[in-house]
Design a protein around this ligand. Structure first.
Ligand code: ADP
Ligand code: MG
Length: 251
């Protein structure tokens, strides 16, 4: 069972990454990454630290430039996208939440849609209330980030990303900065999102989540996709020695 049992499967490719190469100076971090993401797929990306997982997500969202290869969104090279336009379609959630500390929860949520999408304030407030309800934080609408636990902050960050009605959500180790007892509440929100049919790329070390929610697991090591497959294939029957060694260390 995967995260999308309630939604129809789609074979339509929404992101296609071809031979992506990224260097920081002389350091080649992505060495020809190829990846296809289908609509409504939940993909979990695993792999050793420094292998290029964050860099890959950041390239997809145009937070990094790259030196070779192509990334297509719905068949269109993201080179030709305006950054703000692209980011209304692809939401991102980071390990460190990145909430605006001087704004309360409501203002964190309505800032981008009112500024970037020119959404009327009233409509944005209504949408924010709905999304806060969805992530279980209706009572925190006026709270400031410093008044929230890590798990609450991360759920606000997810709601904030959803304010733009993205078609794709990128998560970069969204629970790595949380106390262990707060991890579950964030994973539950992500699981619901996957079930609702959101296309998701999730970098995480939470193997329970990967097993239960991922349609596919991608193992990235040393700048390439070393192995990919269903959770059963990758977790139970890894083909590559590197995958086996990595799993042995984390499981
Ligand atoms: P992962 O997320 O898999 O741990 P990263 O994508 O963060 O890996 O990093 C891959 C490599 O790129 C690492 O060697 C890291 O030190 C390097 N790197 C990441 N960001 C930068 C940067 N802004 N400048 C220089 N090197 C970087
Ligand atoms: Mg990383």
């Amino acid at each position: 069972m995967n995260g999308h049992e309630n939604t129809q499967n789609s074979n339509e490719i929404i992101i296609k990454i071809e031979n992506l190469v990224k260097r920081f100076g002389k350091l080649e971090v992505l060495k020809g990454v190829n990846l296809e993401v289908r609509k409504q797929e939940a993909i979990v990306i695993i792999g050793p630290s420094g292998g290029g997982k964050s860099t890959l997500l950041r390239c997809i969202n145009k937070l990094e430039e790259y030196q070779g290869g192509k990334i297509y969104l719905d068949g269109v090279d993201i080179d030709s996208y305006d950054v703000n336009k692209l980011r209304t379609r692809i939401g991102m959630v980071f390990q460190q939440f990145n909430l605006f500390p001087h704004m309360n929860v409501l203002d964190n949520l309505i800032l981008a849609p009112t500024k970037v999408k020119n959404m009327p304030r009233e409509e944005a407030v209504e949408k924010a209330k709905q999304l806060l309800k969805r992530v279980g934080l209706s009572d925190k609408i006026e709270a400031y980030p410093e008044q929230l636990s890590g798990g609450q902050k991360q759920r606000v960050a997810i709601a904030r990303a959803l304010m733009m009605d993205p078609e794709i959500m990128l998560f970069d180790e969204p629970t790595s900065a949380l106390d262990p007892e707060l991890v579950g509440e964030v994973l539950d929100v992500m699981k619901d999102l996957a079930k609702s049919g959101m296309t998701m790329l999730v970098v995480t070390h939470e193997m329970g989540f990967a097993r239960d929610v991922a349609d596919r697991i991608i193992f990235i090591s040393d700048g390439v996709v070393e192995e990919e497959g269903t959770p059963d294939e990758v977790l139970k029957n890894p083909k590559k020695q590197r995958t086996r060694e990595f799993l042995k260390r984390i499981l």
